[in-house]
Write a protein that binds this ligand. Structure first.
Ligand code: NIG
Ligand code: FE
Length: 413
């Protein structure tokens, strides 16, 4: 099935020579074609170019879509979410408004433990249905690929339940989905004071069972002050790698935790959050293949210091941005808002923010060969915008959905 999309005001982020990631100064560059066409063959991008150069006439296509002077962008890749969860946590939101910190809420059994309790009680069906609704929501806002973590189970049974839900979502959703086993997300109450025993359980009991049913592409640890130590992270990642899981970790959100260095040591695909990054962390990341990933939604929602993104790019590093969609620190999967936060709070240019939410975040989930830009042979995940004057308008006119029509694998949703 061949589809022609014609009269595109601007086809954004085309690549004639596709790259796996975009680093440093190159992040400010993004190629596009004005007055363009795009040809889709089944689920793949076949060709694109200027309207004046379309080969063949319209009757040679099975379908012709007139973009009517609207813009086309590659879909967002959201490389860090926790979007399988049960219930919401607006009570803690109020606690935070009244002055409690994220760590204080966690210490008294709120936060991740609160979500874990609810998830343990929820049925697989409920979790699946709730998550499917969230996936539909993010598709309509322009997301085409998403990574989903476990980590609200915290018992072996509940972690496996979460991962089975993610597996079903993978099978039934048009989104490209990657699953991440985050058994070490929080220490359950009954293991307080015996954290090492919980880590042993993650290693000896959970990882082998997760691997046996092939439930996780990645392995993650919340390596930070008040959560898991560098030594514990080291042990868990080592074991995950043995079973073929690729590391991607949470680090340096609450402190200079040493998490960046341990991520690099294990050749992690990405190292996420990164509010606390100095010269040593930048140096470690520069000598690695690890994608520094920043989560502006969580920093906004928790009112934290911002990651020094400009310093990192100046040093030549790439940056990926993701939503961190979760009920505690970032209850939104809206990647258009992430663009706006990136521009206003991190002083990224719109071009840098687009690269960070597409090609670089695709890299951070191991799919940048097939996703993250408009390139021949890549998966046809893209969206047609509403009428907008420029690409900069998308982050500028924040808070509303600028996506008109979303296409995944060449099919409109
Ligand atoms: O990425 N930082 C750790 N984990 C999640 C938050 C989880 C929660 O509060 O429920 C995050 O922000
Ligand atoms: Fe997270």
């Amino acid at each position: 099935m061949k589809t022609l999309i014609k009269n595109i005001k601007e086809l954004v982020q085309i690549e004639n020579n596709p790259r796996l990631k975009v680093c440093g100064d190159d992040m400010a560059k993004m190629d596009s074609i004005k007055n363009a066409y795009l040809i889709i063959n089944d689920d793949l991008i076949e060709d694109f170019g200027e309207m004046a150069n379309i080969k063949g006439d319209e009757s040679s296509f099975d379908k012709v879509i007139d973009a009517n002077g609207k813009m086309v962008f590659p879909s967002f890749c959201d490389s860090h979410t926790h979007l399988v969860y049960s219930g919401s946590r607006e009570i803690e939101y109020i606690d935070k408004i009244r002055g409690l910190s994220y760590e204080e809420i966690a210490e008294r059994g709120g936060g991740i433990l609160n979500s874990a309790k609810r998830l343990q009680e929820a049925s697989e069906e409920e979790l699946y249905n709730d998550a499917m609704l969230r996936l539909d929501e993010i598709i309509r806002m322009g997301t085409g690929a998403v990574e989903i973590k476990s980590g609200y189970g915290l018992t072996t049974e509940a972690e496996l339940k979460m991962l089975r839900v993610i597996k079903r979502l993978k099978e039934n959703s048009p989104l490209t989905i990657k699953s991440n086993f985050l058994g070490a997300h929080g220490v359950p109450m009954e293991y307080r004071g015996r954290q090492g025993e919980f880590v042993d359980k993650v290693i000896n009991e959970m990882i082998p069972l997760v691997a046996k049913d092939n439930l996780a592409d990645f392995i993650d640890v919340f390596c930070d002050k008040g959560f898991f130590t560098v030594e514990e992270t080291d042990r868990i990642l080592k074991e995950g790698v043995k079973y073929g899981m690729i590391p991607k970790i949470h680090a340096n959100e609450l402190d200079y935790s040493g998490g960046v260095q341990i991520a690099v040591k294990h050749n992690a695909l990405s190292c996420d959050h990164l509010e606390f990054v100095g010269e040593k962390e930048i140096e470690a990341l520069l000598n690695s293949q690890t994608m520094p990933t920043v989560l502006p939604g969580a920093a906004f929602f928790l009112n934290m210091v911002c990651s020094p993104v400009r310093n990192m790019m100046k040093a030549g590093l790439p940056i990926a941005l993701a939503s961190d969609f979760n009920p505690g620190s970032s209850p939104s999967g809206n990647m258009q808002m992430i663009l706006s936060f990136a521009c206003v709070n991190y002083k990224m240019t719109p071009q840098e923010a687009f690269n960070a939410t597409t090609i670089n975040s695709a890299y951070a989930m191991g799919i940048s060969k097939t996703h993250g830009s408009i390139a021949r042979g890549k998966v046809a995940n893209f969206y047609i915008t509403k009428e907008i004057p420029t690409l900069e308008y998308l982050p500028y006119y924040y808070g509303t959905n600028k996506v008109d029509r979303a296409f995944l694998n060449g099919i409109e949703y």
